[in-house]
Design a protein. Structure first.
Length: 202
């Protein structure tokens, strides 16, 4: 069976829906378009364990690149600089071997080889969710007495206070840590009162 065809314009094309469907069948899974607007270019195969294979065609080279991702991990919850979270991928020739052999290769080189990275990703995502929840809880409390804005990634928040001509710019770093970036002019008595508070910190 061949998956590489010639288009009406004379160029080589990989029949991605058919290749993905046959590969999914060998893996005991199902395939579907990755994007609704480009169903022939990118395919997705959903696997047990809440992970999926992402298939992308390079029609010019008649190759397909296959990578693995976890369905339950958002893009922003991964640390993309952490090498331990980097999953493996493989580029295959759809017509180079029987589909069963390609499936065995993908299972070994991509799915099994990426299992540790997926586990680290999930641990990182859980830690970030806990951190974000703590930030939100602190922001809710501080928000009763100051203006608070949580960042888009939910990993910190900014605080702004302007009262009686005195202002404070600060950041919520974690559930119990706040950094003061700028402090407006205050009186000596106010400054000494702040020092008294700092003396009792801990």
């Amino acid at each position: 069976m061949t998956y590489i065809t010639i288009s009406d314009y004379g160029s080589l094309r990989v029949d991605m829906p058919r290749f993905a469907a046959d590969l999914a069948s060998e893996l005991g899974a199902t395939s579907r378009p990755y994007r609704d607007d480009y169903p022939a270019e990118e395919q997705r195969i959903d696997l047990p364990g809440d992970v999926y294979l992402y298939l992308r065609a390079d029609h010019h080279k008649s190759r397909v690149t296959v990578s693995l991702s976890a369905s339950d991990i958002r893009h922003e919850d991964r640390d993309w600089r952490d090498k331990a979270q980097r999953t493996e991928d493989a580029t295959v020739n759809p017509d180079g071997r029987p589909i069963a052999a390609i499936a065995r290769d993908i299972r070994k080189r991509v799915v099994e080889a990426s299992s540790d990275a997926i586990a680290v990703q999930r641990a990182c995502a859980a830690s970030r969710r806990d951190h974000a929840s703590a930030i939100e809880a602190t922001a809710a409390r501080i928000g009763k007495v100051a203006d608070v804005r949580i960042s888009d990634d939910r990993l910190n928040a900014s605080i702004y206070v302007n009262r009686g001509g005195a202002y404070i710019n600060a950041r919520i770093n974690s559930g119990d840590s706040i950094s003061i970036d700028r402090f407006g002019s205050i009186t000596e008595a106010q400054f000494l009162a702040i020092l008294d508070v700092l003396a009792t910190r801990g």
